[in-house]
Write a protein that binds this ligand. Sequence first.
Ligand SMILES: [Zn+2]
Ligand SMILES: [Zn+2]
Length: 469
Amino acid sequence: MSQSRLTLSFSTESKWKSVPNPSSPNMSPLRWVALVLGFRCFTFSLAYFAYDGLSATSRGFLDLAKSRELSDWMVGIRRKIHENPELGYEEFETSRLIRSELDKMGIPYKYPFAGTGVIGFIGTDKPPFVALRADMDALPIQEMLEWEHKSKVAGKMHACGHDAHVAMLLGAAKILHQHRSEIKGTVVLVFQPAEEGGGGAKKMLDEGALENVEAIFGLHVAHHITLGEVASRSGPLLAGSGFFEAVINGRGGHAAIPQQTVDPIVAASSIVVSLQHLISREADPLDSQVVTVAKFQAGGALNVIPDSVTLGGTFRAFSRESLMQLKERINEVIVRQAAVQRCNATVDFLTEKKPLFPPAVNRPNLHPHFQRIADDVLGIGKVNNMQPLMGSEDFAFYQEEVPGYFFFLGMAHESLGKLESVHTPYFRVNEDALPYGAALHAALATRFIVERQMQADGVFTEARPRDEL
Ligand SMILES: [Zn+2]
Ligand SMILES: [Zn+2]
């Protein structure tokens, strides 16, 4: 892996003339950032200059994250987790690793939340509280990629990049901890279990993980977005989702004597067709929704009508109202359509194992905040506005409770060829993306705290012109 240092192009180059050159062989990046912070400290009374300095500090975070020491450390953490993937609510070793790294850094934390979850705290332990989130779980997939740090557990793999998410949040923790004395509030580090369908976020919330938190930020690696760039949008970003499984009971018999049977296959077939009408005839065409029957199991012999059919699938929507409406109608259609064909049906929404995920909706007022920080950390023009996706994220649970913002972090680079999608056995993380995630995490949190303070002091508003433009 190459860990080349990038030379940042500054639109306000002159600002830097008073600080030492970050690439100076005598000046470590840590020292350099400390000096930047020293010169441009978080002084609220000098609002304009402090804010001006914060833009520079955010850029400094990326330089720090890209330093050989920190980036190699994050890569090491990520590879260690990658070698030992653990499924939802079983992230015992991953959680232990996180706690041991927090211990080494001297960062206090609370444990456990939701079984294996960890919550770390950096700052004054006083408001404002802002949270950063990483998920820890792997997937039941056999890794097919041959490389030195391939999964050592048969049938399990970090095929969604959550190993990288943990490494980036720990990287951010390192950066933030070094500057804890300047943080006039508290950054809450949320390491949660079971994002992959288990609803770990919901359990974390139920156990009070986001107490007093005013905003939460989360990210996901993306194979198709260019390295050094990010993508997100204001408002609905990812769909809410639910699952259903139904058993249609009839009365089996000889396939040649249907009049003596109650055929559940015909009933189930009517159900599959009727479910399509929920989208085509009942949903607002401008309100994107999906109902898919993905499972249809019955019988086995070609001359026997079976007693029952099991069918199931998933449904998606971009508002909780639409999601709940779909859920209600899926139940009605299955039960009543089965009755039309003289069958009985039971419907299970499997919420014990797969809780209903709400849609992930980015709070509009956090979008300009994200845009500002991403411009500072990555450079102007690196934020891609994306279309909403029908995929789901349990980060949405947090966003229902507190203002939240979720974004995708680019990994694509021509030197790596085409990267495979998440949830495939050939998925791989471009480890060069780790510093970008760590720096963005650190900058989003620190700037949120400072801007909140500035708003409280009346020296900064959302409408304030951006200093760097
Ligand atoms: Zn996933
Ligand atoms: Zn994921």
